[in-house]
Design a protein around this ligand. Structure first.
Ligand code: ADP
Ligand code: NAG
Ligand code: NAG
Ligand code: NAG
Length: 669
């Protein structure tokens, strides 16, 4: 009898606990799957009934953490050095709606479990702007980063890095592993919805940190992916917690952990991958379950063959399916076939990703027949409304031709997705040159001046020289691309219209980017050539000073570039605002001209701003700049005084993420 009840009890506990398999003692632990009392969770982190630790829950701009509940001693006694340790875990990243994830996750060791002050998005729920880089953090982390942030010098949007007290990695490598047999490097794609295993090893004797990763069923590769000498005795405090952090940016993403083990002064216990729970299957566009079950059962080879043939055909049709309506025939020549674009970009392979912006990813491609190099931008759109007008506009914009405008070659339309094909700009976007830290990459003054003049002439063409007035709506350094001769060319125009057309007319959304918004734009919601001139003014000041219009998280007005320049002008030290990386080689008159012109264009009163025609004349020296009195009022103050709507402007421009456009994008789903 007793045996029976014991057996029942055992079976019951087995049934309840099937999800998690955990062992622990004082120098090691092992989890294959989790149950929620195994961990201390906060923020968006949860443990699913299957035993998957989900650090984020698929909502945007959130963070989540999970810690081993009690802290660990990494030293035997306070005066000793940090022991060797080794950690391994199995993780997976799951895009929810799209094929992207932002921003990333970390494994971390920290003296505290309280991460309430940490920020989301690019801060990965690990740190915040003020705390980043401080040695008082005592944090060691390994980042698995699925977004590229230039402020942290990220190498790409698919990398693994070793981080000490900062989001800027001391060492980072694109995700992947070295084959043990032939030493060949294999790329891994973090957001592939596949489970992957990571090993973090610290060798106390040589103070070497090694991070290795591999697909789930591949044994630990011999050669680590990232390795660095760093004495963790100077970083870690005792006792310290170990755990994970993750955060989402503007795109719904799930960051999951399936198994985890630690060994101090010994290897981490091996995770038995057959015991792990499965990654959540959301957002996958799979064939229906019925097919998966019926097909193996269907015994006749005939049925099987016919079935397979049909599936293949349907799949192929679905894979390359496009949307096409009669009215589009007028635009015949501008339409690309999806298959051509698919082939051009090698199936939208991630190695061809040039970058991603608010609207989606941009891929490099080579068109099959012409061998022309192109950039293909994938824009997802949900609504049908207004798409006709939008495409009509895109196509008419495709007829624009100017040497300072990125040529739109055509488009392709599929369900829920629009593909735009542009000329490929071999030198990428301007912001990368402005904010790269290595002096070698920075632009000389004469190059900057040429780019400014080029962009002015492109914008002048859009505003005044074409058959109708085209408003760009999103002028900024990252939308200025450089061709092989380093000419500045405006890209991305017209795209902002997609929001105006595609969304509910009752919610007027102002599209643009924080820092480039004209004050009246937020009040009226109406983009005009003069709001473009405003953004252009900010842009040229930015290019001259080599500083972003607003540093993230403004707390103090000196972080507003334009106010800082106005202040220097008032004090008669305008030239001091020139980017320090430009050494000696500049014409002070030109610099002052551009700065004053920038201030004139970015004037809070729209009627004080010049037209682009006048801007061209000032830049070419055909006309002297009108005398503006230096003011001791900051532009922000002037705007406030002028404009009741200013409070609305600030609240609007600073909601959510780092740019108003992406935050309106994600909430528009
Ligand atoms: N025509 C192009 N040629 C080369 N690179 C491009 C082109 N268009 C975009 N890119 C790259 O893709 C990145 C993202 O572009 P985009 O989506 O326009 O950014 P954003 O939305 O921030 O303006 C750019 O920073 C640039 O590096
Ligand atoms: C995600 O987590 C946040 C914060 O804990 C919560 O407010 C939100 O409701 C969660 N969303 C879902 C879909 O569970
Ligand atoms: C930044 O993080 C630190 C450490 O977690 C915290 O003390 C501080 O309050 C945070 N700052 C902000 C502005 O949230
Ligand atoms: C690491 O740092 C600790 C504490 O500063 C020091 O005692 C130790 O000698 C260092 N180890 C090495 C290998 O430099």
């Amino acid at each position: 009898m007793e045996h029976l009840s014991f057996l029942l009890h055992f079976l019951l506990s087995l049934a309840l606990n099937h999800a998690s398999f955990a062992t622990a003692n004082n120098d090691q632990f092992l989890y294959s799957g989790f149950s929620s009392n195994d961990l201390t969770l906060d923020g968006a982190a949860t443990v699913t009934p299957d035993g998957v630790l989900q650090l984020t829950n698929g909502t945007v701009h959130l963070k989540g953490h999970a810690f081993y509940p009690t802290p660990w001693q990494f030293r035997k006694s306070p005066n000793e050095v940090v022991h060797s340790f080794s950690i391994t875990f199995v993780f997976g990243m799951v895009p929810v709606y799209s094929d992207q994830c932002t921003d990333g996750m970390t494994f971390l060791i920290s003296p505290s479990k309280d991460f309430s002050g940490a920020q989301t998005s690019q801060y990965l729920g690990l740190l915040n702007k003020t705390a980043d880089g401080k040695s008082s953090n005592h944090i060691f982390a390994v980042e698995l980063d699925s977004s590229q942030n230039t402020e942290f010098k990220d190498i790409n949007d698919n990398h693994v890095g070793i981080n000490i007290n900062s989001l800027t990695s001391v060492k980072a490598q694109p995700a992947g592993f070295y084959d043990d047999k032939n030493g060949v490097f294999n790329n891994l794609f973090l957001i592939s919805r596949k489970e992957m295993q990571v090993w973090v090893d610290y060798d106390a004797e040589n103070t070497r940190i090694s991070v290795t990763m591999a697909p789930l069923k591949v044994a630990k590769p011999l050669r680590p992916l990232v390795s660095d000498i760093y004495n963790l005795s100077t970083v870690l405090q005792d006792p310290s917690y170990i755990g994970f952090s993750a955060s989402t940016g503007p795109i719904d993403s799930l960051y999951c952990v399936l198994g985890w083990s630690l060994g101090i002064n010994r290897p981490a216990p091996a995770i038995d991958v057959s015991k792990l729970p499965r990654l959540p299957r959301i957002g996958t566009r799979r064939q229906s379950k019925v097919l998966e079950i019926v097909l193996p059962i269907a015994s006749g080879t005939f049925i099987f063959l016919v079935g397979t043939a049909i599936i293949l055909l349907v799949r192929r049709r679905m894979k390359f399916a496009e949307l096409h309506e009669d009215w589009e025939d007028d635009y015949g020549p501008h339409r690309f076939s999806y298959k051509d674009l698919y082939d051009a970009t090698e199936g939208f392979h991630y190695k061809n990703v040039l970058g991603h912006g608010g609207f989606g990813k941009v891929y490099k491609g080579v068109l099959p027949v012409s061998k022309l190099e192109v950039a293909v931008k994938r824009v997802s759109h949900e609504s049908k409304q207004g798409i006709k007008e939008f495409i009509a506009e895109i196509v008419s914009i495709g007829r624009l031709r100017h040497r300072n405008i990125v040529q739109l070659l055509g488009y392709c339309r599929r369900r829920g997705e629009l593909l735009l094909v542009y000329d490929y700009m071999s030198n990428g976007s301007l912001d990368k040159y402005l904010y790269s830290d290595e002096g070698k990459d920075t632009l000389e003054w004469f190059q900057r001046f040429e780019i400014i003049k080029g962009v002015a002439s492109g914008l002048f063409y859009l505003h005044e020289r074409w058959e109708k007035v085209v408003i760009h709506r999103d002028i900024k350094a990252s939308n200025v691309l450089l061709d092989n001769e380093m000419n500045g060319r405006l890209g991305d125009f017209g795209l902002a219209r997609l929001y105006d057309h595609g969304t509910d007319p009752q919610t007027t959304r102002v599209v643009g980017t924080m820092g480039y918004f004209a004050p009246e734009l937020a009040r009226t919601g109406k983009a005009t050539p003069l709001t473009d001139v405003y953004a252009f003014g900010i842009f040229i000041v930015e290019v001259t000073c080599g500083r972003r219009p607003i540093d993230n998280l403004v707390e103090d007005s000196s972080e507003i570039l334009i106010d800082w320049v106005v202040e220097h002008w008032h004090r008669g030290s305008l030239i001091d605002t020139l980017d320090r990386r430009i050494q000696g080689n500049y014409d002070a008159d030109e610099v002052c001209l551009v700065l004053k012109l920038g201030l004139l264009c970015a004037h809070p009163f729209s009627n004080a701003r010049p037209s682009m025609r006048q801007v061209m004349q000032y830049l070419d020296g055909e006309r002297p700049l009108p005398e503006l009195m230096p003011t001791n009022l900051s532009y922000s103050m002037l705007a406030t005084m002028h404009n009741e709507g200013f409070s609305q402007y600030t609240s609007l421009a600073f909601t959510g993420g780092s740019n108003a456009m992406t935050s309106s994008f994600s909430s528009g789903r």
